[in-house]
Design a protein around this ligand. Structure first.
Ligand code: GLP
Length: 259
């Protein structure tokens, strides 16, 4: 696992964009894994800016989302398909075509069947060349909450109360309006990506980042499974890095390998 520590959220986003542009330019398989939450938004802004300058395009790419709410109004701006459309789809964004954006069907008649089909579709078009990830304060990635199987595939689940609380800022600050269920790529599905890029910013992520990078691999902190990934990059700001032990080593190695 490579760890990059930066002074500000903006520097994290610059480094994430640089990494993503390089990985996608060299990718054999033109498939990107995209994430929601607020953390990746500055990265998406940089992708749009680079597209506007003619330096970057997802025109030839397929994109697979990590997760989706179950039972959310299809028109709701926080439906993850809608978030990703707003951020990435179209020539005025990153060039990604709507028909090439795949998101789990949270409103399918049987979301569990739809989850299996989604996993099969990722296998069909995969491997995902680069999976972008955020992290929850409780160490979840996608919606793989603590206690989840470390090898699970795309599945439906219920959200923890903490995650519904964390996400209620997007739902009029009313926890009752946050959907209770989700469909998410499983940890096994995420681990199939050729590379993963996890971004974490802010002090409320410091515990999760410590467990992700230096803790034991454990279902208690689902993101810790990424220690078993051969090509994982973790980019954090100082606040999110505050509880890491080996920061001097990470900084030195990053400088030595990113000249
Ligand atoms: C949500 C998403 C995750 C995201 C996490 C953190 O629950 N399902 O993919 O990483 O929360 O969100 P944020 O980046 O807004 O802190």
């Amino acid at each position: 696992m490579e760890v990059g520590i930066f002074a500000t959220e903006s520097e994290v986003a610059d480094a994430a964009a640089e990494h993503l542009f390089a990985v996608l330019a060299a990718a054999d398989n033109k498939v990107l894994g995209v994430a929601t939450g607020s953390t990746p938004l500055p990265l998406y802004q940089r992708m749009r800016a680079a597209h506007a300058e003619g330096k970057f395009s997802l025109e030839d790419f397929k994109a697979f989302a990590l997760d989706e709410y179950v039972g959310i109004d299809p028109e709701h701006p926080e439906r993850y398909r809608n978030v990703l459309r707003t951020e990435l789809v179209g020539d005025d964004k990153t060039g990604l075509k709507d028909e090439n954006l795949f998101t789990p069907e949270g409103n399918a008649p049987d979301p569990a069947v739809a989850a299996d089909e989604y996993d099969a579709k990722i296998k069909e078009h995969g491997p995902i060349a680069l999976q972008i990830l955020g992290i929850g304060a409780d160490g979840h990635i996608g919606f793989n909450e603590p206690g989840i199987s470390l090898v699970c595939r795309t599945h439906t689940d219920v959200l923890t109360e903490q995650t519904r609380k964390d996400n209620m800022r997007f739902f009029d600050n009313d926890i009752e309006k946050v959907p209770a269920g989700c469909v998410t790529q499983g940890l096994g599905t995420i681990m199939d990506a050729t590379e993963v890029l996890l971004i974490a910013t802010g002090a409320n992520k410091a515990d999760a980042v410590k467990e992700l990078v230096e803790g034991g691999v454990s279902a208690l902190w689902p993101a810790s499974i990424l220690q078993m990934h051969p090509k994982a990059t973790v980019l954090v700001d100082e606040a999110a890095a505050a509880k890491l032990k080996l920061t001097d080593f990470y900084r030195g190695r990053w400088e030595a390998t990113h000249k």
